[in-house]
Design a protein around this ligand. Structure first.
Ligand SMILES: [Zn+2]
Length: 325
């Protein structure tokens, strides 16, 4: 490699809605970024052409700014095998069954790492974010669903098949609500944005003005519910406390199992961290052993919407320079 060129990589975060791409330097700083609609309904070929255009434009920026692009990291929602094959992609069905790593490597000629999006986010927090001071932690994203990523000794624990860390599908109610995964009572059905909104609707069906006269059924969102809670609305406060309690039930088991240093919470609902954290901590302390519960730190993620691109870039850099498979 030409030592005069600075090193860069490309990080890509494929979301169900947005496709974010960025050129990153070797310290994880964003040199240039693009964002567009994923538009997966246009099919696989159109999507790959979108990826190609985005990557080409970033490679041009790199060249222009005297960077050598050494790798490509991709975070994608769903179950991703350790070899980069898309096993199940809930939001991106046209990608099911394809080996995204091989496809992108062939397209770009760049060494490529493909990971589950929350695993990528977790690794980004580990290297550059709220997880820097911890060797081992659980990342939890509270968004439309509940995502998980497990960092053990500064490495993403993907499991033998690549599908570990699905914290949102830990059972918290044995006979609870049916989850989209087929199980009953998954955490995702109690602590995600969708779950909060669904629970709020159930309450409003019984009591129209439960969240204040101004909040109509069609306006319900976690943001509106958080506003109501911050205004002191007791029904809204109880909803967030309940989500925190369920989160605590699941975290307590993980804490007893793994004696982690921290749980890092990200995603849209994490903006309401303060509304959840009290009941979350209370539940952990009520259920887990005092030693692991007492040392556990609960932190908010630091990278926000950039977590996916920064984490994906960090993964490929780690792959190239730490020699991980
Ligand atoms: Zn589930």
């Amino acid at each position: 490699m030409d030592k005069k060129l600075k090193m860069a990589c490309i990080g890509i975060d494929i979301g169900g809605t947005n496709l974010r791409m960025a050129l990153l330097d070797n310290r994880g700083a964003i040199i240039h970024r693009t964002k567009c609609s994923t538009d997966i309904h246009h099919g696989r070929e159109a999507f790959f052409s979108l990826l190609r255009k985005g990557i080409e434009s970033l490679l041009l920026v790199a060249k222009d700014k005297c960077y050598e692009t050494v790798g490509l990291g991709v975070g994608v929602p769903g179950l991703v095998a350790n070899d980069g094959c898309m096993l199940v992609s809930v939001n991106l069905p046209p990608l099911d069954g394809i080996n995204l790593r091989d496809e992108l490597q062939a397209m770009t000629g760049l060494p490529t790492v493909v990971a589950n999006d929350v695993n990528a986010f977790a690794f980004g927090e580990s290297v550059y974010g709220a997880g820097r001071d911890y060797r081992s932690f659980l990342m939890v994203t509270l968004g439309t669903g509940v995502g998980g990523g497990l960092i053990l000794d500064r490495t993403v624990w993907t499991g033998i098949d690549g599908v570990a860390g699905e914290f949102g599908h830990v059972t918290v109610e044995p006979n609870g609500r049916l989850c989209r995964c087929g199980n009953y009572g998954c955490l995702e059905q109690y602590a995600s944005a969708n779950a909060l909104v669904a629970a709020a609707r159930e309450i409003m069906a019984r009591e129209k003005d439960a969240f204040g006269e101004a909040l109509r059924d069609k306006d319900i969102s976690t943001q509106k519910l958080a506003e109501a809670a911050l205004d002191g609305n007791s029904a809204a406060l109880a909803l967030f406390a309940e989500a925190g309690r369920y989160l605590g039930i699941a975290v307590a088991s993980v804490v007893n199992l793994l004696n982690l240093e921290a749980v890092i919470i990200g995603g849209g609902v994490a903006a309401s961290f303060d509304l959840l954290s009290e009941s979350l901590k209370r539940e952990i302390h009520a259920r887990a052993f005092p030693i692991p519960a007492g040392r556990l730190r609960i932190e908010r993620a630091a990278l926000g919407d950039d977590g996916g691109i920064i984490g994906s870039g960090a993964l490929v850099m780690d792959h190239l320079f730490r020699g991980n498979p």
